[in-house]
Design a protein around this ligand. Structure first.
Ligand SMILES: NC(=O)C1=CN([C@@H]2O[C@H](COP(=O)(O)OP(=O)(O)OC[C@H]3O[C@@H](n4cnc5c(N)ncnc54)[C@H](OP(=O)(O)O)[C@@H]3O)[C@@H](O)[C@H]2O)C=CC1
Ligand SMILES: O=C1O[C@H](COP(=O)(O)O)[C@@H](O)[C@H](O)[C@H]1O
Length: 498
């Protein structure tokens, strides 16, 4: 598959009147169209319960594109390929009408029987939809059929297995595309290139030279309107089981023998298998949970988590997680991977800091001064780039060293916005490239790691909640986690570390 391909397909979006479709999917499809990555032979059927005409649906697509993107050239032509089918996915009788519509569009647009079913709906519907797609013949096509599944993929290993079995009745593993939108981010995809295309990094990428790795994904937003979902999820299931562990896997995996889907996935799976499971007291020693309380943002007091809509006033749900992961293999034995993620924190930032070991003997210390360790920082968002921190001679001071940084900013070099995660992932799915989607084995192993922690957390009330103020970087226990090992969190928003 190459990047100039213009795939042709019928895309059915279940949940087409929802937030995800409006904010992410329609604008991403439009961007693909604008970049010339969508063949003229495409059609989209939006599915949801509410009654809408095709015209009204097309207008809603128009306004979601206009809200997200300034340049609207060609929008009329783009939306003319959109159709709407009002349908309750639990109602068996209406799949046949959907099939008739799909077959008709297939013929009109010469879509070669290629179909993508995108489930942008609550997960309780995934199994039913997949079953009906098969039993009512929507998957009997001459071309490819692919199922795109949004998160959450279950809420434990057991529930994920049930869901997976349901999906697999209708689709093979190769046809299931489990979205993890972090895998669509430019700089997450860049981890592989930074590691495997640079002779200066790969030889150092191990426990001889790296002292610890820190992965932070902090959010300024709170739980907003998603209290109902979040109460049952918490940060561990919402962010750690998927995005955080996926980033760790990309950082820790062995070089694949080829850059293809199967080889990369196989290496990631080995990382998950090498991740030391945490049992009993080890959970408390290695993982910290937090929940935001009230705090000051721009001098105004903001709500604590327990005061948010649809949140229990005594909620035990964590909005913050910090943890220390141990990867038990030859490359990583003895190197802690620290992760942290949380809501209502002081900065919106996703960053990876690779801290190299101190040199054996520092010739450039001036008495009490310490030399800064070398750091490689991968900026995932909002900035995209990499920074390498070195030490160099301080101007005019012969025996003194000072930190210097080598900076690469993606946005400055390319002079363009990099494609949105959903845009890349949609394009990959249309081309049949599943590399940046989560394979079942990865999902299962990451759930089995996370389940051990959630069992303990759900079984014990966090009596210190809320334990961090909104607009801070989390509870003090997260700092202590690193201090015990002689480290500290490198600040994500400090100008020196940008
Ligand atoms: N929003 C986001 O940013 C993100 C969302 N996700 C995931 O994406 C999925 C969708 O989320 P989101 O868009 O926010 O959800 P919304 O609640 O905004 O939308 C749900 C959609 O499902 C439709 N729907 C609900 N019940 C039925 C039914 N019985 N039959 C047919 N259609 C139905 C609704 O339309 P109608 O009421 O007209 O039927 C609506 O279009 C979820 O799995 C979520 O976890 C994942 C990451 C980010
Ligand atoms: O999957 C999710 O991710 C978002 C954070 O995504 P980002 O791209 O803005 O970093 C998070 O807010 C949400 O709770 C979670 O479901």
């Amino acid at each position: 598959m190459n990047n100039s391909e213009k795939p042709t397909a019928l895309i059915m979006i279940f949940g087409a009147t929802g937030d995800l479709a409006k904010r992410k999917l329609f604008p991403s499809l439009y961007r693909l169209y604008k970049r010339g990555k969508l063949s003229e032979r495409y059609a989209v059927i939006g599915v949801a319960r509410r009654e809408l005409t095709n015209d009204a649906f097309q207008e809603s697509v128009r306004s979601s594109v206009q809200d997200a993107i300034k340049d609207h050239d060609g929008l009329d032509e783009f939306i003319s390929h959109f159709y709407y089918h009002s349908h309750d996915v639990t109602d068996s009788s209406s799949y046949l009408a959907l099939k008739t519509m799909a077959n008709q569009l297939d013929e009109n647009y010469h879509l070669e029987g290629n179909r993508i079913f995108y489930l942008a709906m609550a997960p309780e519907f995934f199994g039913t939809i997949a079953e009906h797609l098969k039993s009512d013949g929507l998957t009997d096509v001459a071309g490819f059929k692919r199922l795109v599944i949004e998160k959450p993929f279950g809420r434990s290993l057991a529930s994920a297995k049930v869901l997976n079995d349901q999906l697999r009745q209708a689709f093979s593993e190769d046809e299931v595309y489990r979205i993890d939108h972090y895998l669509g981010k430019e700089m997450v995809q860049n981890i592989e290139v930074i590691r495997f295309a640079n002779a200066i990094f790969e030889p150092l990428w191990n426990n001889r030279y790296i002292s610890n790795i820190q992965v932070t994904s902090s959010e300024v937003l709170g739980v907003e309107e998603r209290g109902r979902y979040y109460e049952k999820s918490g940060a561990l299931r919402d962010m750690v089981q998927n995005h955080m562990l996926q980033m760790v896997a990309l950082l820790a995996m062995e070089p694949p023998i080829r850059l293809n889907t199967d080889e990369i996935r196989a290496e990631k799976v080995k990382v998950f298998r090498a991740m030391k499971p945490l049992e009993g007291d080890a959970v408390k020693e290695n993982f910290v949970r937090g929940q935001y309380g009230r705090g000051l943002v721009n001098n105004e007091e903001v709500k604590g988590y327990r005061e948010e809509p649809m949140v229990d006033a005594e909620s035990n749900t964590e909005t913050y997680v910090a943890g220390k992961l141990t990867i038990d293999n030859f490359r990583w034995a003895g190197v802690p991977f620290y992760i942290r993620t949380g809501k209502k924190m002081a900065a919106k930032s996703t960053k990876i800091v690779i801290q190299f070991k101190d040199i054996p003997m520092n010739l450039y210390y001036q008495t009490e001064k310490t030399l800064n360790p070398n750091l490689l920082v991968i900026h995932i968002q909002p900035e995209e780039g990499i920074t390498l921190y070195l030490n160099a001679q301080k101007t005019g001071e012969h025996m003194d060293a000072t930190p210097v940084k080598l900076n690469f900013s993606n946005n400055c070099i390319d002079h363009m916005n990099t494609p949105e995660a959903y845009e890349r992932l949609l394009y990959d799915c249309m081309r049949g490239d599943a590399t940046n989607f989560a394979h079942w084995d990865e999902v299962a192993l990451s759930w089995s790691f996370v389940d051990k922690i959630s069992e303990i957390w759900e079984g014990t009330k966090a009596d210190n909640f809320p334990n961090y103020e909104a607009n801070t970087m989390g509870p003090k226990e997260a700092d202590e986690l690193l201090e015990r090992d002689g480290f500290f969190w490198w600040p994500v928003d400090h100008p020196q570390y940008k």
